[in-house]
Every structure is written in structure tokens, then in C-alpha cells.
Design a protein around this ligand. Structure first.
Ligand SMILES: [Cu+2]
Length: 147
């Protein structure tokens, strides 16, 4: 009897989370996700993709999580005193009906301290977390460069 009382509310909570996640997933479409093969000996690389906002409202990418490296950061590439530098940003805005492309020398997901050596064709899973509580799981193949 006690067991039933404890399990029941948890099942309910999980169901609510699942529904809100799948609703949000419809509003952002992910195209052509890929992860760059790191330079030999490097444990850091970039994740890239096209983010298409199909909704009436602005949506922000707040953070990225996954199991393949120690940390995922949202980075931009900006020119500081004539030199291109990477900088972490707190979020990434995708305006209503707009598209943001993460690509080399531009916005990217910095994958820091890869746990294992990765190879071309390997599939990397990461979860993108947006404001309004939605998230999307992305599977990105490892490529040498964007085709
Ligand atoms: Cu970076």
C-alpha cells in the first residue's frame, strides 16, 4: 500500500515532463547536426547545426548537456582588436521564424574535455535546453568538415 502511494505521483510527474518536451520540440527544427573531428591529440571540438524557429515567438538556447565530454558551452567567434577569438555566451537567441546556423568560425557548441577518442561517423548525442522548459535531443555524426 505504501509503495503504491509513493510510485503514483512520480509517474504523473514523468508524464507531464514528457508531454511538455515533445510539444516544444515541434517549434525548433534541427538540420544537419555534426561534430568536427578534433585535431590529433585535442580533447576539444565544436558541435554545429542549423536551428530553425518555426514558432511565433523568440526562443533561446540556454544550455547543452550530454555524456561525451565534461562540459558543453555555447560559444561565438568575434574579432577582438583584429584577432578572431572565441567567447562563451550565456544563451543563443533564435528569433521567431528565423534560422541560426552554428558553423565553424561562428556560433558553435564547444565540447570540452572529450571523455574518449572519437572517430569519423561516430554518433554523438547531446540535449539542447531551451527557455520555456523545452529540450531536444540531437544525434550528430562526427565529420572531418561540413560537406
Ligand atoms: Cu569555442
Amino acid at each position: 500500500m505504501m509503495k503504491l502511494l509513493f510510485i503514483h505521483p512520480l509517474v504523473k510527474i514523468l508524464a507531464v515532463i514528457f508531454i511538455s518536451t515533445s510539444l516544444q520540440a515541434v517549434e525548433i527544427e534541427i538540420q544537419n547536426p555534426w561534430v568536427k573531428l578534433p585535431f590529433p591529440g585535442m580533447k576539444m571540438t565544436g558541435g554545429y547545426m542549423k536551428l530553425i524557429n518555426k514558432s511565433e515567438k523568440d526562443i533561446r538556447l540556454l544550455k547543452v548537456t550530454g555524456d561525451d565530454c565534461e562540459a558543453y558551452e555555447i560559444h561565438t567567434h568575434t574579432k577582438v582588436e583584429g584577432i578572431m577569438k572565441m567567447r562563451q555566451v550565456k544563451d543563443l537567441l533564435i528569433k521567431a521564424h528565423d534560422t541560426v546556423t552554428l558553423k565553424p568560425k561562428s556560433f558553435h557548441i564547444m565540447m570540452i574535455q572529450l571523455k574518449e577518442k572519437i572517430k569519423i561517423g561516430q554518433l554523438m548525442k547531446m540535449t539542447l535546453h531551451f527557455d520555456h522548459g523545452g529540450s531536444i535531443e540531437v544525434t550528430a555524426p562526427v565529420k572531418k568538415h561540413n560537406p
